[in-house]
Design a protein around this ligand. Sequence first.
Ligand code: ATP
Ligand code: MG
Length: 201
Amino acid sequence: MTTEDQKQQRHQERQQRLKQKVDQAVQAAVEDKGLLLVITGNGKAKSTSGFGTVARAVGHGLTAAVVQFIKGNWPCGERNLLQQHGVEFAVMATGFTWDTQDKAADMAAAELVWQQAEAYLADDSINLVLLDELTYMLSYHYIELARIERALVNRPKQQHVVITGRACHRRLIELADTVSEVQNIKHAFDQGIKAQQGIDW
Ligand code: ATP
Ligand code: MG
C-alpha cells in the first residue's frame, strides 16, 4: 500500500467514525416540540436570521406572524415580501426608541404591540412567531418579565418562537431551547459606510 493509499484509508476510517456519531445523535433526537430560539449578541445578523427562519417556515407551508418592537417607521424589505405570503405583522408605532426620548409614549406603544404578541402566542393556528428586538422591551423595563415568561410558557405546544435583540435577559436564555450569540468582528458602519438598502434594512 502506498502512502497515498494509507492516507485515503485513514481518511475513510475517520469519516466512518464521524458518520456513526452523527447517525447516533440523529437517532437519539426523537422529541418533537415547538422551539424557543434566541438570537442575541452585538454582531450583525440577528433579525435577518429571524426573518430567514420565517421564510424557511413559510416555504414549507407553515403560518407565521412577526412582531417588530422598536422599529416603527423604518422601511423593512422582509415585511414587504413576507406580507405578500400571508405573514401577519404587528409593528410598534414609534420610531427608534433612542430617537423619540418620550418614555410615556414609547411605553404605551410597547404595551399595544405586546398585546398583539400575546394574541399570537395564544393562537395555535400560528406555527411560528418572530419577536424581533423583544430584548429591548426588557432592558428598557417597558414590559414586565413575568408577562413575557407567562406568554412564552403557556403558548401552544407546537408553536415555534424566535426572539432577537442584543443583551438578552438571562431568564429568556434559560427558557430557550436554542441560543446563538452573534459576535461583532467588524461592521461597515464603523468604516463610515451608511446603511445599505437590501443589506441593512
Ligand atoms: P440585521 O437586521 O442586519 O440582521 P441585527 O438584527 O443583527 O442586524 P440590530 O442590532 O438589530 O442588528 O441592528 C439593526 C441595524 O444595525 C442593521 O442595519 C445592522 O446592519 C446594523 N448593525 C448591526 N450590528 C451592527 C454593528 N455591530 N455595528 C454597526 N451597525 C450594526
Ligand atoms: Mg435586529
